[in-house]
Design a protein around this ligand. Structure first.
Ligand code: NDP
Length: 333
């Protein structure tokens, strides 16, 4: 499969180009950048044959089967609609869009056109999260009573830019990290958060956008979820916990792009270390995307998953602003 990159981004150069090239018979043919010099440098540095500043030119290439969209968040909607109209399969970065209506439009357009559309939620591809899901779904902790997500990190200097000061580009910790946590909780519990309460603010980094948020979600099963996302925590470390009637799962350093961390389960028989596989998260995600294009299975996170993670993040932001409980609106999905 031959790919076009929409966006000369760090996530593309840092992870996705390698993940695409790790697939059989697959390569990146071109890249789109709004800046011709940056696009040319990006193409040269990453061994990509062509760079463009015009999306229609990139999409007009009949050799391109799929596009990976990793521009800033406010651009995803229009670029995805153009790619879908051109008949390309789309892997889009999170959050899918700035509004729920835009995300729904993207997913519906892909469905009507018959192209594969996926959301790049990497965490559900991690060996650690696959092992946790297996523990929960096999009943090892009984009925799940609650979950806690620890996702307060120290945003690296090179990633600060628009994330910490540009609301119009989709900056802020809620669109950046809450979407991942929403997807991860949905993945593990197989249900969608129903209501949320939240508090958000700045703790030294956000300039016009929130850099920290804590929220509590209720699940239809009755389980409660507590999450903490931040850009400003140098030493907190990440993690996730699930507490059930028969046991508790503790995972540390697993809310990350790397295949690392540790998991243990505590129940009446004691503490048990849980082994897990250490494959590359993005390579697995790309593999499932390629299989879906070939007609086998589904992407690891599809368009509806992207709509739902965005819906939870939007509800968290609304709840934080309003100071009251908000029902999550999934736009009919
Ligand atoms: P970047 O800031 O690296 O890139 C976003 C845009 O900024 C690019 O499209 C590019 O514009 C422009 N840009 C890139 N480098 C420079 C530079 N040196 N100077 C000026 N402009 C520059 O964003 P990220 O890679 O961090 O994020 C891109 C998207 O991917 C976002 O939607 C984000 O939420 C998502 N993401 C997802 C991750 C995941 O694991 N799923 C991880 C990280 C990000 P142009 O294309 O016009 O050249």
């Amino acid at each position: 499969m031959r790919w076009g990159l929409v966006g000369a981004s760090r996530i593309a150069s840092g992870y996705m180009i390698d993940a695409i090239r790790a697939q059989e018979s697959s390569d990146v043919l071109s890249v789109l950048s709004s800046n011709s010099a940056r696009g040319e440098t990006f193409a040269r540095d990453n061994n990509i044959a062509a760079s463009h500043t015009d999306l229609d030119t990139l999409l007009a290439d009949p050799d391109i089967d799929a596009v990976y969209i990793s521009t800033t968040n406010e651009k995803h909607h229009a670029q995805a609609l153009a790619a879908i109209a051109a008949g390309k399969h789309v892997l889009c970065e999170k959050p899918l869009a700035m509004t729920l209506a835009d995300a729904v439009e993207m997913v519906r357009a892909a469905s009507e056109k018959g192209v594969v559309f996926a959301t790049n939620h990497h965490l559900r591809n991690a060996g650690s999260h696959l092992a946790i899901k297996q523990l929960i779904s096999s009943g090892r902790i009984g009925k799940v009573l609650s979950a806690r997500v620890f996702h307060a990190v120290n945003l690296p200097e090179h990633l600060r830019g628009w994330r910490i000061n540009d609301a119009a580009a989709g900056g802020g910790v809620i669109p950046d990290i809450v979407v991942h946590d929403a997807d991860t909780i949905r993945f593990h519990l197989d249900e969608d958060p129903a209501t949320v309460v939240a508090q958000a603010g700045t703790s030294g980094m956000g300039d016009g956008v929130e850099d920290s948020v804590m929220s509590v979600w209720t699940m239809p099963s009755g389980a409660m979820v507590q999450t903490h996302e931040s850009f400003t925590h140098k030493f907190a470390g990440s993690g996730i916990e699930f507490h059930g009637t028969e046991g508790s799962i503790f995972a540390r350093n697993v809310m990350t792009q790397q295949p690392v961390g540790e998991i243990w389960l505590t129940d009446e028989t004691g503490r048990h270390e849980i082994p897990f596989e250490s494959h590359n998260l993005y390579v697995r995600s790309l593999g499932l995307f390629h299989a879906a294009v070939a007609g086998s299975g589904r992407p690891s996170a599809d368009g509806v998953d992207g709509i739902k993670s965005l819906a939870v993040a939007l509800a968290v932001r609304t709840a934080a602003k309003a100071g009251k409980s908000v029902d999550v609106d999934y736009g009919g999905f």
